[in-house]
Ligand binder design. Sequence first.
Ligand SMILES: *Cc1c(COP(=O)(O)O)cnc(C)c1O
Length: 409
Amino acid sequence: MERPGYYGRFGGAFIPEILSATLEQLQVAFSGAKKDPDFWSTYQRLMSTYSCRPTPLTYAENLSRHLGGPQIYLKREDLNHTGAHKLNNVIGQGLIVGRMGKSRVIAETGAGQHGVATATMAAKFGYSCTIYMGEVDVARQRPNVFWMEQLGARVVPVKDGARILKDAINEALRDWSANMDTTHYVLGTACGPHPFPEMVSYFQSIVGMEVRDQILQQAGRSPSRVYACVGGGSNALGIFNGFFDNSEVELVGVEAGGEGLQSDKHATRLASGRGSVGVAQGYKTYFLQDDDGQMLETHSVAAGLDYIGVSPILSAYHEEGRIRFEAATDAEVLEATRLVMKKEGIIPALESAHALAGAFREAGEMSRDDVIIVNLSGRGDKDIFTIADALGDAAWKSFIVTKAEEYRA
Ligand SMILES: *Cc1c(COP(=O)(O)O)cnc(C)c1O
Protein backbone atom coordinates (compact mmCIF):
# COMPACT_ATOMS: atom_id res chain seq x y z
CA MET A 1 0.00 0.00 0.00
CA GLU A 2 1.42 3.34 -1.02
CA ARG A 3 1.48 6.23 1.43
CA PRO A 4 -1.31 8.69 0.61
CA GLY A 5 -0.13 11.54 -1.58
CA TYR A 6 2.82 9.55 -2.91
CA TYR A 7 3.35 8.39 -6.46
CA GLY A 8 6.16 5.85 -6.24
CA ARG A 9 8.85 7.74 -4.35
CA PHE A 10 7.51 11.17 -5.41
CA GLY A 11 5.03 13.63 -3.98
CA GLY A 12 4.22 14.01 -0.28
CA ALA A 13 3.57 17.18 1.68
CA PHE A 14 6.71 18.86 3.02
CA ILE A 15 5.19 21.92 4.59
CA PRO A 16 5.53 24.14 7.65
CA GLU A 17 3.55 22.62 10.55
CA ILE A 18 1.22 25.62 10.62
CA LEU A 19 -0.22 24.69 7.19
CA SER A 20 -0.99 21.05 7.97
CA ALA A 21 -4.49 21.77 9.33
CA THR A 22 -5.53 23.70 6.23
CA LEU A 23 -4.15 21.06 3.85
CA GLU A 24 -6.02 18.45 5.86
CA GLN A 25 -9.21 20.51 5.53
CA LEU A 26 -8.62 20.74 1.78
CA GLN A 27 -8.08 16.99 1.53
CA VAL A 28 -11.34 16.33 3.39
CA ALA A 29 -13.30 18.79 1.21
CA PHE A 30 -11.84 17.34 -1.97
CA SER A 31 -12.53 13.72 -0.95
CA GLY A 32 -16.08 14.70 -0.02
CA ALA A 33 -16.59 16.36 -3.41
CA LYS A 34 -15.31 13.28 -5.25
CA LYS A 35 -17.74 11.07 -3.37
CA ASP A 36 -20.69 13.42 -3.94
CA PRO A 37 -22.57 12.13 -7.00
CA ASP A 38 -23.72 15.65 -7.89
CA PHE A 39 -20.32 17.31 -7.72
CA TRP A 40 -18.85 16.22 -11.05
CA SER A 41 -22.07 16.95 -12.94
CA THR A 42 -22.25 20.43 -11.37
CA TYR A 43 -18.66 20.99 -12.45
CA GLN A 44 -19.35 19.71 -15.97
CA ARG A 45 -22.47 21.85 -16.33
CA LEU A 46 -20.60 24.95 -15.24
CA MET A 47 -17.78 24.23 -17.67
CA SER A 48 -20.23 23.71 -20.52
CA THR A 49 -22.12 26.95 -19.93
CA TYR A 50 -19.15 29.11 -18.94
CA SER A 51 -16.18 27.65 -20.79
CA CYS A 52 -17.22 25.95 -24.05
CA ARG A 53 -16.91 22.36 -22.86
CA PRO A 54 -16.70 19.85 -24.31
CA THR A 55 -13.99 21.47 -26.39
CA PRO A 56 -13.89 20.10 -29.96
CA LEU A 57 -11.45 17.60 -31.39
CA THR A 58 -10.30 18.92 -34.77
CA TYR A 59 -8.94 16.77 -37.58
CA ALA A 60 -5.96 18.72 -38.97
CA GLU A 61 -6.46 17.56 -42.51
CA ASN A 62 -4.13 19.96 -44.32
CA LEU A 63 -1.35 19.43 -41.83
CA SER A 64 -1.72 15.64 -42.00
CA ARG A 65 -1.53 15.73 -45.80
CA HIS A 66 1.41 18.14 -45.74
CA LEU A 67 3.48 15.98 -43.38
CA GLY A 68 2.49 12.76 -45.13
CA GLY A 69 2.48 10.74 -41.91
CA PRO A 70 -0.29 9.97 -39.42
CA GLN A 71 -3.77 11.50 -39.19
CA ILE A 72 -3.29 14.37 -36.77
CA TYR A 73 -6.10 15.42 -34.41
CA LEU A 74 -5.97 18.50 -32.18
CA LYS A 75 -7.77 18.68 -28.82
CA ARG A 76 -8.90 22.27 -28.68
CA GLU A 77 -8.22 23.47 -25.11
CA ASP A 78 -7.43 26.82 -26.74
CA LEU A 79 -11.20 27.35 -27.04
CA ASN A 80 -11.71 27.38 -23.27
CA HIS A 81 -12.68 30.67 -21.64
CA THR A 82 -9.47 32.66 -20.95
CA GLY A 83 -7.77 30.71 -23.72
CA ALA A 84 -6.29 27.61 -22.14
CA HIS A 85 -6.86 24.49 -20.06
CA LYS A 86 -6.06 26.51 -16.90
CA LEU A 87 -9.73 27.33 -16.36
CA ASN A 88 -10.58 23.61 -15.88
CA ASN A 89 -8.48 23.64 -12.74
CA VAL A 90 -9.40 27.00 -11.23
CA ILE A 91 -13.15 26.52 -11.66
CA GLY A 92 -12.89 23.12 -9.95
CA GLN A 93 -10.96 24.64 -7.05
CA GLY A 94 -13.49 27.50 -6.94
CA LEU A 95 -16.23 24.95 -6.23
CA ILE A 96 -14.09 23.37 -3.49
CA VAL A 97 -13.55 26.83 -1.93
CA GLY A 98 -17.33 27.16 -1.69
CA ARG A 99 -17.63 23.76 -0.02
CA MET A 100 -15.04 24.85 2.57
CA GLY A 101 -17.01 28.03 3.28
CA LYS A 102 -14.06 30.28 2.43
CA SER A 103 -14.40 33.64 0.71
CA ARG A 104 -10.92 34.64 -0.42
CA VAL A 105 -8.46 33.14 -2.89
CA ILE A 106 -4.78 33.84 -3.46
CA ALA A 107 -2.42 32.61 -6.14
CA GLU A 108 1.05 33.20 -7.44
CA THR A 109 1.77 33.65 -11.10
CA GLY A 110 4.87 34.03 -13.24
CA ALA A 111 3.70 34.76 -16.76
CA GLY A 112 0.32 35.87 -15.48
CA GLN A 113 -1.95 33.33 -17.20
CA HIS A 114 -2.77 31.46 -14.00
CA GLY A 115 -3.34 34.82 -12.34
CA VAL A 116 -5.83 35.85 -15.01
CA ALA A 117 -7.63 32.49 -14.74
CA THR A 118 -7.81 32.77 -10.94
CA ALA A 119 -9.03 36.38 -11.07
CA THR A 120 -11.70 35.28 -13.57
CA MET A 121 -12.86 32.47 -11.30
CA ALA A 122 -12.92 34.82 -8.27
CA ALA A 123 -15.08 37.31 -10.16
CA LYS A 124 -17.45 34.54 -11.24
CA PHE A 125 -17.85 33.12 -7.70
CA GLY A 126 -17.70 36.46 -5.85
CA TYR A 127 -14.49 35.72 -3.91
CA SER A 128 -11.95 38.38 -3.06
CA CYS A 129 -8.66 37.73 -4.80
CA THR A 130 -4.99 38.59 -4.29
CA ILE A 131 -2.33 37.61 -6.83
CA TYR A 132 1.36 37.55 -5.91
CA MET A 133 3.79 38.22 -8.69
CA GLY A 134 7.52 38.98 -8.72
CA GLU A 135 8.19 42.65 -9.38
CA VAL A 136 10.24 41.71 -12.45
CA ASP A 137 7.34 39.67 -13.83
CA VAL A 138 4.86 42.49 -13.13
CA ALA A 139 6.96 44.74 -15.35
CA ARG A 140 7.34 42.06 -18.08
CA GLN A 141 3.68 40.99 -18.15
CA ARG A 142 1.76 44.27 -18.09
CA PRO A 143 -1.14 43.07 -20.31
CA ASN A 144 -1.95 40.21 -17.89
CA VAL A 145 -1.55 42.48 -14.84
CA PHE A 146 -3.95 44.92 -16.48
CA TRP A 147 -6.57 42.20 -16.93
CA MET A 148 -6.19 40.79 -13.42
CA GLU A 149 -6.80 44.26 -11.97
CA GLN A 150 -9.75 44.92 -14.27
CA LEU A 151 -11.23 41.58 -13.15
CA GLY A 152 -11.11 42.85 -9.57
CA ALA A 153 -7.97 41.21 -8.22
CA ARG A 154 -5.31 42.93 -6.17
CA VAL A 155 -1.90 42.29 -7.74
CA VAL A 156 0.97 42.46 -5.24
CA PRO A 157 4.46 42.94 -6.71
CA VAL A 158 6.95 40.90 -4.67
CA LYS A 159 10.21 42.75 -4.05
CA ASP A 160 12.18 39.95 -2.30
CA GLY A 161 14.96 37.85 -3.79
CA ALA A 162 15.20 37.76 -7.58
CA ARG A 163 11.63 39.19 -7.72
CA ILE A 164 10.34 36.30 -9.87
CA LEU A 165 8.01 33.32 -9.52
CA LYS A 166 9.75 31.50 -6.65
CA ASP A 167 9.73 34.67 -4.53
CA ALA A 168 6.02 35.12 -5.28
CA ILE A 169 5.41 31.52 -4.07
CA ASN A 170 7.08 32.31 -0.72
CA GLU A 171 4.98 35.43 -0.29
CA ALA A 172 1.75 33.58 -1.14
CA LEU A 173 2.62 30.90 1.44
CA ARG A 174 3.15 33.60 4.07
CA ASP A 175 -0.28 35.07 3.29
CA TRP A 176 -1.88 31.62 3.45
CA SER A 177 -0.30 30.84 6.83
CA ALA A 178 -1.70 34.08 8.25
CA ASN A 179 -5.18 33.82 6.71
CA MET A 180 -6.00 30.11 6.47
CA ASP A 181 -9.46 30.48 8.00
CA THR A 182 -10.81 32.55 5.14
CA THR A 183 -8.34 31.90 2.35
CA HIS A 184 -7.60 29.16 -0.17
CA TYR A 185 -4.34 29.03 -2.12
CA VAL A 186 -5.18 28.17 -5.75
CA LEU A 187 -2.25 26.20 -7.15
CA GLY A 188 -1.98 26.41 -10.92
CA THR A 189 -0.54 23.04 -11.88
CA ALA A 190 -0.25 19.43 -10.70
CA CYS A 191 2.66 20.21 -8.37
CA GLY A 192 3.09 21.28 -4.75
CA PRO A 193 2.13 19.40 -1.58
CA HIS A 194 -0.58 16.72 -1.41
CA PRO A 195 -3.49 16.96 -2.26
CA PHE A 196 -2.74 19.51 -5.01
CA PRO A 197 -1.20 17.16 -7.64
CA GLU A 198 -4.14 14.76 -7.27
CA MET A 199 -6.78 17.49 -7.20
CA VAL A 200 -5.45 19.48 -10.16
CA SER A 201 -5.10 16.37 -12.34
CA TYR A 202 -8.58 15.25 -11.28
CA PHE A 203 -10.11 18.45 -12.67
CA GLN A 204 -7.95 18.34 -15.80
CA SER A 205 -9.02 14.74 -16.45
CA ILE A 206 -12.15 16.21 -18.04
CA VAL A 207 -9.95 16.69 -21.15
CA GLY A 208 -9.01 13.00 -21.37
CA MET A 209 -12.56 11.79 -20.69
CA GLU A 210 -13.91 13.86 -23.55
CA VAL A 211 -11.20 13.04 -26.06
CA ARG A 212 -11.33 9.29 -25.49
CA ASP A 213 -14.90 9.25 -26.83
CA GLN A 214 -14.34 11.92 -29.46
CA ILE A 215 -11.50 10.04 -31.15
CA LEU A 216 -13.54 6.82 -31.28
CA GLN A 217 -16.41 8.69 -32.88
CA GLN A 218 -14.33 10.62 -35.37
CA ALA A 219 -11.45 8.29 -36.25
CA GLY A 220 -13.12 5.01 -35.31
CA ARG A 221 -10.14 3.90 -33.26
CA SER A 222 -7.88 4.76 -30.35
CA PRO A 223 -4.82 6.86 -31.12
CA SER A 224 -1.36 5.30 -31.46
CA ARG A 225 0.20 8.27 -29.70
CA VAL A 226 -0.89 11.28 -27.65
CA TYR A 227 1.37 14.32 -27.29
CA ALA A 228 1.21 17.09 -24.68
CA CYS A 229 3.59 19.82 -23.56
CA VAL A 230 4.89 19.66 -19.99
CA GLY A 231 5.39 22.66 -17.74
CA GLY A 232 4.15 21.63 -14.31
CA GLY A 233 2.27 18.81 -16.02
CA SER A 234 -1.43 19.58 -15.65
CA ASN A 235 -2.55 19.62 -19.31
CA ALA A 236 -0.48 16.49 -20.00
CA LEU A 237 -2.01 14.58 -17.08
CA GLY A 238 -5.43 15.84 -18.13
CA ILE A 239 -5.32 14.33 -21.59
CA PHE A 240 -3.20 11.29 -20.67
CA ASN A 241 -5.80 10.36 -18.04
CA GLY A 242 -8.05 9.24 -20.88
CA PHE A 243 -5.50 6.63 -21.98
CA PHE A 244 -3.46 5.33 -19.02
CA ASP A 245 -5.49 2.12 -18.98
CA ASN A 246 -4.89 1.43 -22.67
CA SER A 247 -1.34 0.12 -23.02
CA GLU A 248 -1.54 0.31 -26.83
CA VAL A 249 -1.53 4.12 -26.63
CA GLU A 250 1.91 5.64 -26.38
CA LEU A 251 2.04 8.82 -24.27
CA VAL A 252 4.62 11.49 -25.07
CA GLY A 253 5.36 14.53 -22.88
CA VAL A 254 7.33 17.34 -24.51
CA GLU A 255 9.40 19.66 -22.32
CA ALA A 256 11.01 23.01 -23.12
CA GLY A 257 14.32 22.39 -24.88
CA GLY A 258 15.01 26.16 -25.02
CA GLU A 259 18.25 26.89 -26.83
CA GLY A 260 19.17 23.19 -26.84
CA LEU A 261 20.11 20.63 -24.22
CA GLN A 262 23.81 21.29 -24.70
CA SER A 263 23.18 24.90 -23.58
CA ASP A 264 22.14 25.70 -20.00
CA LYS A 265 19.12 27.55 -21.32
CA HIS A 266 16.26 25.06 -21.18
CA ALA A 267 13.70 23.65 -18.74
CA THR A 268 13.89 19.88 -19.31
CA ARG A 269 13.83 17.97 -16.07
CA LEU A 270 12.92 14.50 -17.33
CA ALA A 271 13.84 14.26 -21.04
CA SER A 272 17.40 15.48 -20.64
CA GLY A 273 18.47 13.45 -17.62
CA ARG A 274 19.62 16.81 -16.16
CA GLY A 275 17.00 16.88 -13.43
CA SER A 276 17.68 15.26 -10.07
CA VAL A 277 15.37 14.20 -7.26
CA GLY A 278 14.90 16.65 -4.43
CA VAL A 279 12.39 18.24 -2.10
CA ALA A 280 11.32 21.85 -2.64
CA GLN A 281 8.14 23.94 -2.67
CA GLY A 282 6.40 21.33 -0.53
CA TYR A 283 6.93 18.15 -2.57
CA LYS A 284 9.43 15.60 -3.84
CA THR A 285 10.14 15.32 -7.54
CA TYR A 286 12.76 15.90 -10.26
CA PHE A 287 14.10 19.45 -10.12
CA LEU A 288 16.66 21.33 -12.17
CA GLN A 289 19.16 22.01 -9.40
CA ASP A 290 22.89 21.97 -8.77
CA ASP A 291 24.77 19.50 -6.54
CA ASP A 292 23.97 21.62 -3.47
CA GLY A 293 20.24 21.62 -4.22
CA GLN A 294 20.28 25.26 -5.41
CA MET A 295 17.65 25.70 -8.10
CA LEU A 296 19.05 26.46 -11.56
CA GLU A 297 17.88 29.18 -13.91
CA THR A 298 15.52 27.85 -16.56
CA HIS A 299 14.67 29.19 -19.98
CA SER A 300 11.95 28.73 -22.56
CA VAL A 301 10.38 30.85 -25.28
CA ALA A 302 7.09 29.76 -23.64
CA ALA A 303 6.68 31.35 -20.21
CA GLY A 304 4.31 28.59 -19.05
CA LEU A 305 6.95 25.86 -19.44
CA ASP A 306 9.73 27.78 -17.73
CA TYR A 307 9.65 25.96 -14.39
CA ILE A 308 12.19 24.08 -12.24
CA GLY A 309 9.95 21.28 -10.93
CA VAL A 310 7.48 18.86 -12.49
CA SER A 311 4.43 16.99 -11.28
CA PRO A 312 5.36 14.11 -8.96
CA ILE A 313 2.77 12.04 -10.84
CA LEU A 314 4.73 12.54 -14.07
CA SER A 315 8.02 11.71 -12.36
CA ALA A 316 6.53 8.38 -11.29
CA TYR A 317 5.23 7.58 -14.79
CA HIS A 318 8.65 8.57 -16.16
CA GLU A 319 10.40 6.03 -13.94
CA GLU A 320 7.84 3.34 -14.77
CA GLY A 321 8.36 4.07 -18.46
CA ARG A 322 4.64 4.66 -19.06
CA ILE A 323 5.27 8.15 -20.47
CA ARG A 324 8.13 8.98 -22.83
CA PHE A 325 9.62 12.46 -22.40
CA GLU A 326 11.13 14.50 -25.22
CA ALA A 327 12.21 18.12 -25.62
CA ALA A 328 11.53 20.66 -28.38
CA THR A 329 13.78 23.69 -28.88
CA ASP A 330 12.60 27.29 -29.19
CA ALA A 331 13.48 27.21 -32.91
CA GLU A 332 11.46 24.02 -33.56
CA VAL A 333 8.56 25.52 -31.63
CA LEU A 334 8.45 28.69 -33.72
CA GLU A 335 8.58 26.62 -36.90
CA ALA A 336 5.69 24.44 -35.68
CA THR A 337 3.69 27.55 -34.72
CA ARG A 338 4.16 29.01 -38.17
CA LEU A 339 3.14 25.77 -39.88
CA VAL A 340 -0.08 25.33 -37.88
CA MET A 341 -1.13 28.95 -38.47
CA LYS A 342 -0.60 28.62 -42.23
CA LYS A 343 -2.03 25.12 -42.71
CA GLU A 344 -4.93 25.11 -40.26
CA GLY A 345 -5.80 28.70 -39.42
CA ILE A 346 -5.15 28.03 -35.75
CA ILE A 347 -2.78 30.12 -33.59
CA PRO A 348 -1.31 27.81 -30.95
CA ALA A 349 0.16 29.02 -27.65
CA LEU A 350 3.94 28.68 -27.66
CA GLU A 351 3.57 26.14 -24.84
CA SER A 352 1.25 23.98 -26.94
CA ALA A 353 3.55 24.32 -29.94
CA HIS A 354 6.09 22.20 -28.04
CA ALA A 355 3.69 19.26 -28.26
CA LEU A 356 3.13 20.02 -31.95
CA ALA A 357 6.87 20.20 -32.64
CA GLY A 358 7.43 16.87 -30.86
CA ALA A 359 4.68 15.26 -32.93
CA PHE A 360 5.85 16.72 -36.26
CA ARG A 361 9.40 15.49 -35.65
CA GLU A 362 8.12 11.92 -35.28
CA ALA A 363 5.47 12.06 -38.02
CA GLY A 364 7.87 10.56 -40.58
CA GLU A 365 8.14 7.28 -38.66
CA MET A 366 4.36 6.72 -38.69
CA SER A 367 2.00 5.63 -41.45
CA ARG A 368 -1.22 7.08 -42.82
CA ASP A 369 -3.18 4.49 -40.88
CA ASP A 370 -1.84 5.84 -37.61
CA VAL A 371 -3.90 8.31 -35.61
CA ILE A 372 -2.30 10.76 -33.21
CA ILE A 373 -3.72 13.41 -30.90
CA VAL A 374 -1.91 16.59 -29.89
CA ASN A 375 -3.24 18.53 -26.91
CA LEU A 376 -3.55 22.14 -27.99
CA SER A 377 -3.39 23.43 -24.42
CA GLY A 378 -3.96 27.10 -25.27
CA ARG A 379 -4.20 29.79 -27.88
CA GLY A 380 -1.34 32.00 -28.99
CA ASP A 381 -2.76 35.49 -29.38
CA LYS A 382 -1.46 36.22 -25.86
CA ASP A 383 2.03 35.49 -27.21
CA ILE A 384 1.90 38.22 -29.85
CA PHE A 385 4.83 40.14 -28.32
CA THR A 386 7.06 37.04 -28.28
CA ILE A 387 5.96 35.57 -31.60
CA ALA A 388 6.21 38.87 -33.51
CA ASP A 389 9.67 39.46 -32.01
CA ALA A 390 10.87 35.96 -32.78
CA LEU A 391 9.60 36.12 -36.35
CA GLY A 392 11.35 39.50 -36.70
CA ASP A 393 8.22 41.26 -37.96
CA ALA A 394 9.32 44.78 -38.92
CA ALA A 395 5.81 46.26 -39.18
CA TRP A 396 5.02 45.08 -35.63
CA LYS A 397 8.19 46.69 -34.33
CA SER A 398 7.39 50.03 -35.91
CA PHE A 399 3.83 49.82 -34.50
CA ILE A 400 5.24 49.41 -30.96
CA VAL A 401 7.66 52.30 -31.49
CA THR A 402 4.84 54.55 -32.79
CA LYS A 403 2.66 53.64 -29.79
CA ALA A 404 5.49 54.46 -27.39
CA GLU A 405 6.02 57.81 -29.10
CA GLU A 406 2.31 58.60 -28.82
CA TYR A 407 2.48 58.07 -25.05
CA ARG A 408 5.66 60.09 -24.71
CA ALA A 409 4.13 63.07 -26.53
C1 LIG B 1 0.30 27.21 -18.18
C2 LIG B 1 0.28 26.58 -19.51
C3 LIG B 1 0.96 25.37 -19.78
C4 LIG B 1 1.85 24.67 -18.78
O1 LIG B 1 1.22 24.15 -17.66
P1 LIG B 1 0.94 22.60 -17.42
O2 LIG B 1 0.55 22.54 -16.01
O3 LIG B 1 2.21 21.86 -17.73
O4 LIG B 1 -0.14 22.21 -18.35
C5 LIG B 1 0.83 24.80 -21.03
N1 LIG B 1 0.10 25.40 -22.00
C6 LIG B 1 -0.54 26.57 -21.79
C7 LIG B 1 -1.32 27.17 -22.91
C8 LIG B 1 -0.49 27.18 -20.54
O5 LIG B 1 -1.14 28.33 -20.35
